[in-house]
Design a protein around this ligand. Structure first.
Ligand SMILES: Nc1ncnc2c1ncn2[C@@H]1O[C@H](COP(=O)(O)OP(=O)(O)O)[C@@H](O)[C@H]1O
Ligand SMILES: O=C(CO)[C@@H](O)[C@H](O)COP(=O)(O)O
Length: 474
């Protein structure tokens, strides 16, 4: 019997690093590993590298693997000096410090120009706004920046064993979230970088094609081929084989609504970001900052585990008997309210209970996704089949409450590591393309059982009334 060729996919996302090793031809899972990332919205990139090493060791190493790709949390800002050393902790996509910088950039050039030239109207998540923040708040650090890259670019580069900033490589899906890349032309817009940062004499990662081998591993006793990698949502879309009309919901650290489409999207309202996918198409996307961590915070407040939180939430009726949580615990990105705080509305003697609060937390994060679905429809995209993935989909409460609050049937693929799976599928594609153009490997796309909606439209109506009533952070 011949030994199957193996590929690895890595998901370096906000809260942890996950590694899957799969058979290149069939996609069958062979081994896996994971390791946590430090908490917080500013993280030393070296901590991602350490977590990756632990996760790879747990997955049995990469010595027998033929190709590797990295999927990673989108946006953020990794700044490197001439020697390739991080200048300061990376600012993550969910760090809202640059909220004012985002507002300034939109004011200076106009939402329409940003949307037309980059697909996206900047919010605090976008790299360009973080560079503006750095220039204004840390001019000494800004002056030392020789290269800026994204989390997945940094890890691909570390896997190559390089320290030369000229070797940095990215892909279109992640480049499209920087605020200085035009996905519709597949090219950087350095004039926007200069406008945001005051300089453009810095190295940006070369943007590789979707099936390009960008180098070889120089670590983990392996000479595996490296794929270009992808932003995490593009990577999950690749794993699930999203096609026209398919919508993906992700309930991880971020709440995400996205779809794969053939033509670029430019939403002048800034709600839908016109990102690229990892196959040469586009990935219009809406993201919230307050998703699984709102559930985590509620759980820790109530002193319960994930199972108890779900039991509590499902023990009270839809609408939590009038209790409505506005979940802006970390500010918010959609709607664009970087300084907002959360609020609890409709409190009565009857509903001021752990069970009602648990349900209100699930309903709040799902209502956030509802805002995203409305926005995706508003730019003319079809919402046909809907699939939900991400850490919080492991909760039976999420699986029951989401279809009901959104009023749509939702397919629930078996909970899994779809970002890492998409990266592994890309690695297999890169390997197959080594001998010439090849189709995306025909791995079976997980669909899963469909949760049928028992619509509870009053939940979104109550949320729409409550959401505008929040206080800004002092
Ligand atoms: N059974 C569960 N119920 C609720 N939340 C869960 C459950 N299992 C995992 N989570 C949450 O999922 C989140 C991690 O999701 P994940 O998609 O892995 O995050 P990310 O990729 O953004 O790092 C954590 O906040 C975790 O608490
Ligand atoms: O900013 C976005 C999308 O634009 C987020 O989706 C990040 O990519 C983080 O993803 P997770 O860690 O939640 O998977």
């Amino acid at each position: 019997m011949t030994t199957p060729t193996l590929v690895a996919g890595i998901d370096s996302s906000t809260q942890s690093c996950k590694v899957v090793i799969r058979e290149a031809e069939s996609g069958a899972l062979v081994r896996s590993g994971s390791a946590p990332h430090p908490a917080g919205t500013q993280v030393d990139p070296e901590a991602w590298w350490r977590a990756l090493q632990v996760a790879v060791e747990q997955a049995g190493g990469l010595a027998d693997v033929a190709a590797v790709s990295v999927g990673g949390q989108q946006h953020g800002m990794v700044t490197l000096d001439e020697q390739g050393r991080p200048i300061r902790p990376a600012m993550l996509w969910n760090d809202n410090s640059s909220g004012q910088a985002a507002a300034d950039l939109v004011e200076e050039l106009g939402a329409e120009r940003w949307a037309r030239e980059t697909g996206t109207v900047p919010v605090a998540s976008i790299t360009a706004t973080k560079l503006r923040w750095l220039a204004e708040h840390e001019p000494e650090n800004a002056a030392r920046v020789a290269a800026v890259c994204l989390p997945h670019d940094y890890l691909t580069w570390r896997l190559r064993g390089s320290t030369a900033i000229g070797d940095l490589v990215t892909d279109t899906s992640d480049a499209s979230g920087t605020g200085y890349f035009d996905a519709s032309r597949g090219a950087y817009r350095r004039e926007l970088l200069r406008h945001a940062f005051g300089r453009e004499d810095i190295v940006l990662p070369r943007v590789a094609a979707p099936t390009e081998a960008v180098g070889e591993l120089a670590t983990f006793s392996s000479r595996a081929v490296l794929g270009p990698g992808a932003g995490d949502n593009a990577s999950a879309a690749l794993a699930l084989g999203l096609g026209p009309g398919d919508v993906l919901l992700s309930v991880g650290t971020s709440g995400v609504v996205c779809a794969v489409v053939a033509d670029p999207v430019a939403d002048l309202t800034g709600t839908v970001a016109g990102f690229a996918d990892a196959t040469g198409h586009y990935l219009p996307l809406v993201a919230t900052v307050n998703c699984a961590q709102v559930l985590d915070a509620t759980r820790s407040l109530l002193g319960v585990d994930v199972h108890q939180l779900a039991d509590l939430a499902l023990s009270v009726p839809a609408g939590s008997d009038g209790l409505t949580l506005v979940p802006y615990l970390q500010g918010e990105r959609t709607p664009n309210l970087p300084n907002a705080t959360g609020a609890l509305h409709g409190i009565t003697l009857e509903n001021y209970t752990p069970a009602h609060l648990a349900r209100a937390a699930f309903e709040a994060v799902v209502c956030g996704l509802g805002v995203g679905i409305d926005a995706v429809r508003a730019v003319g995209l079809e919402v046909g089949s809907v699939r939900m993935v991400g850490g919080a989909v492991r909760s039976p409460a999420m699986r029951e409450i989401a279809p009901s609050v959104l009023g749509i049937d939702i397919a629930l693929p078996e909970p899994g590591e779809y970002v890492a799976d998409g990266a592994a599928r890309q690695a297999a594609w890169v390997l197959a393309s080594g001998a010439g153009p090849a189709e995306l490997p025909n791995w079976s796309a997980p669909v899963g059982a469909t949760a049928t909606a028992t619509p509870a439209p009053t939940v979104r109506a109550a949320y729409a009334r409550a959401a505008p009533h929040y206080l800004d952070r002092q």
